[in-house]
Write a protein that binds this ligand. Structure first.
Ligand code: FES
Length: 175
């Protein structure tokens, strides 16, 4: 790699690591990779876990995986785009990820999901007809202490209720 390519890439990696340091989900993913001894052949397994944690595989997430597994980003992107079960980004303008892990579930995450489905006629994994909202689910995003947790466009929000979720989404829909 020549220097002119390496520099922006390095900047991008530093920005990504900064983003990752503030989000517990990256930590959980790293522990998962460690369990696989950061083996490169565990890539698909790791991407599954990443999707489970985040709902979809955003750019920073793929870069994080490539750095930690010491794989070229092109390989990680290649695998993520090849398999239909990986979702690279939500189709909609906004993404609402409801954590359905045990702690969130027992505190009513299913009711939050049902309320959104009912009100906006969209099921988990789908996007509304007007393309404004993608509804996604994740499994334990590492915020059990503040369950039930919902992630609105990447921001983890504590102690969600059906009402607070509908209110948040309403703001998006009205714009
Ligand atoms: S179960 Fe939802 S954050 Fe852990």
């Amino acid at each position: 790699m020549n220097a002119s390519v390496a520099k922006p890439q390095k900047k991008r990696i530093l920005a990504m690591l900064e983003h990752a340091s503030g989000d517990k989900r990256f930590k959980i993913l790293e522990v998962h990779m460690k369990k696989h001894q950061f083996r490169q052949d565990a890539l698909i397994e790791v991407l599954h876990k990443a999707q489970e944690l985040f709902g979809y595989l955003e750019d920073d997430l793929l870069l994080f995986v490539s750095v930690k597994l010491k794989l070229p980003p092109s390989r990680v992107y290649g695998v993520a785009t090849f398999y239909h079960f990986f979702q690279l980004k939500p189709q909609g303008e906004h993404a609402c990820v409801v954590c359905m892990g045990t702690a969130c579930y027992v505190k009513g995450a299913d009711k939050i999901l049902d309320a959104i489905t009912l009100k906006h006629k969209v099921r988990a994994g789908e996007t509304t007809a007007d393309n404004k909202l993608s509804l996604l689910t994740a499994r334990c995003i590492g915020a059990c202490g503040i369950a039930p947790a919902v992630v609105y466009d990447g921001t983890v929000t504590p102690r969600a209720t059906p009402e607070s979720a509908l209110e948040h989404i309403n703001h998006w829909m009205q714009k």
